[in-house]
Design a protein around this ligand. Structure first.
Ligand SMILES: Nc1ncnc2c1ncn2[C@@H]1O[C@H](COP(=O)(O)OP(=O)(O)OP(=O)(O)O)[C@@H](O)[C@H]1O
Length: 242
């Protein structure tokens, strides 16, 4: 059955902070090895969706299922152990540990090793003896992704990975993320302010408005429909990244 092939499912989820509702009857699903872009204007709930997946919000309706289990009320650490690898927007690398220590300290056994992370990000290999605080923004982002990979996740959650980075670094990171999704078949959910970039990196996309899904479909189809993209995300956005 198709249902059995789903890896992640949000089913009619209402969630928020305290009494405030941010996600409002939100539903979507993702099959194993697929990548999903979460798009939408500022404040529509994109980060809250990731926070809810990691167990950091209050869920008052609906269910979240992961690999066939209902994880709606699981604690965050249990979700991490179950294969959800979160790369937070703040990156959160340890500033006084070296690159190599940052990677080793969080490692769990699996296919991703120090050597493979250095293979994906040669820059981290070059800077393996530098402390976290000595890295550029782009290098910190690579380290944040590398750290998540060292936990050997089944799903990588990326919250605005390109934010504040120079165009050349954005290219390098986008290539690495594409390699993870296409080459390695690692499932991912990417929240990104730059739709053109996000659609290039992913198989599927959903667009949120006021905490719910207003569009869902293949990334390539949305990327080619400038009028739809503009209608969903704002005037002029389709020209961005050109
Ligand atoms: N910790 C929090 N406590 C209370 N409200 C919050 C909290 N974090 C976010 N919100 C509110 O939830 C709503 C959605 O925010 P969220 O950060 O999820 O949106 P977003 O789509 O990721 O926006 P952006 O693109 O600006 O990052 C906003 O109204 C925001 O003010």
């Amino acid at each position: 059955m198709a249902e059995a092939a789903l890896q992640l499912e949000f089913d009619d989820v209402v969630a928020g902070y305290g009494q405030a509702v941010v996600l409002d009857r939100l539903s979507f699903s993702l099959a194993p090895g697929r990548s999903l872009a979460i798009l939408g204007r500022n404040g529509v709930g994109k980060t809250t969706l990731l926070e809810t997946l990691m167990g950091h919000t209050r869920v008052t309706r609906g269910a979240i299922r992961w690999q066939g289990e209902d994880i709606t009320h699981w604690a965050p650490h249990r979700r991490a152990r179950a294969g959800l690898g979160w790369v937070p927007q703040e990156r959160e690398v340890f500033p006084s540990l070296t690159v190599e220590e940052n990677l080793r300290v969080i490692a769990r056994p699996g296919a991703w090793t120090l050597a493979r992370v250095f293979g994906l990000f040669p820059r981290l290999h070059e800077r393996r003896g530098n402390q976290g605080h000595q890295l550029s923004g782009g290098e910190q982002q690579m380290l944040a992704i590398g750290r998540a990979l060292m936990t050997n996740p089944s799903l990588l959650l990326l919250d605005e990975p390109m934010e504040g980075l120079a165009p050349i670094v954005v290219e390098e990171l986008a290539a690495a993320i594409r390699q993870l999704c296409e080459g390695e078949g690692l499932a991912s959910v990417v929240v990104e302010q730059h739709p053109v970039l996000a659609l290039e990196m992913t198989h599927e996309a959903i667009v949120l408005e006021r905490g719910t899904v207003v569009h869902s479909g293949p990334s390539a189809t949305l990327a080619q429909d400038a009028a739809l993209l503009e209608g969903l995300l704002g005037v002029g956005i389709a020209a961005e990244g050109a």
